[in-house]
Design a protein around this ligand. Structure first.
Ligand code: CTP
Ligand code: MG
Length: 167
């Protein structure tokens, strides 16, 4: 997968799909801005939803500052909010940065298993909705002008996870 650099890289995927892990493998910590990390910074923890507005305000400022300087910025959120995507894309384009969306097509069963193993799992129904929206968002991303890359799918999953159930 060839992702331009510098670029604004938008991660898109359900909880447990591997977004933050992938970002840590491919980018420096200072290149990644995470809504979870910012919620923990301005609020009581990554799941403090009351801190979301403050967290996204900072996130937007980081995207603005890095884009303006022509620096890569990896936006680690669910990526499912069309309004936020449009704002970030506008910032990047006005700075001449390519807009790349990396979609995590991780099997639903893998996301569910990882989610269940976490300290504070997302409710199953919420995860189900996220998985459906990730499936639908690919065509939206293309229509919005993002260069779409897809990560995952069953082939790239470790065999130790066994055969994923049908989703
Ligand atoms: N994980 C894994 N193998 C991968 C990717 C992730 O075992 N190839 C594990 C991670 O170690 C972590 C869990 O799966 O315990 C979720 O991965 P994470 O990258 O945190 O997923 P995110 O998509 O960032 O989830 P969230 O939206 O909740 O931040
Ligand atoms: Mg994450």
């Amino acid at each position: 997968m060839q992702i331009p650099d510098p670029a604004l890289v938008l991660l898109v995927g359900a909880a447990g799909s591997g977004k933050s892990t992938w970002a840590a493998e491919h980018y420096r910590p200072t290149e990644v801005v995470s809504s979870d990390a910012l919620r923990a910074l301005v609020g009581s923890g990554t799941a403090d939803l009351d801190a979301s507005n403050d967290a996204f305000e900072i996130l937007d400022r980081v995207v603005t500052g890095r884009s303006r300087r022509g620096l890569t910025v990896v936006v680690d959120t669910l990526g499912l909010d069309a309004q936020r995507r449009a704002a970030w894309a506008a910032l990047a384009r006005s700075a001449g940065l390519p807009t790349v969306a990396v979609v995590f097509d991780t099997p639903a069963a893998v996301c569910r298993a990882r989610n269940a193993a976490r300290d504070r799992p997302v409710p199953a129904s919420v995860l189900g909705t996220q998985l459906q929206r990730v499936r639908d968002v690919r065509t939206e991303l293309e229509a919005e002008g993002w260069e779409v890359h897809v990560v995952g799918g069953e082939a790239s999953e470790p065999s130790s996870l066994g055969s994923p159930a049908s989703s």
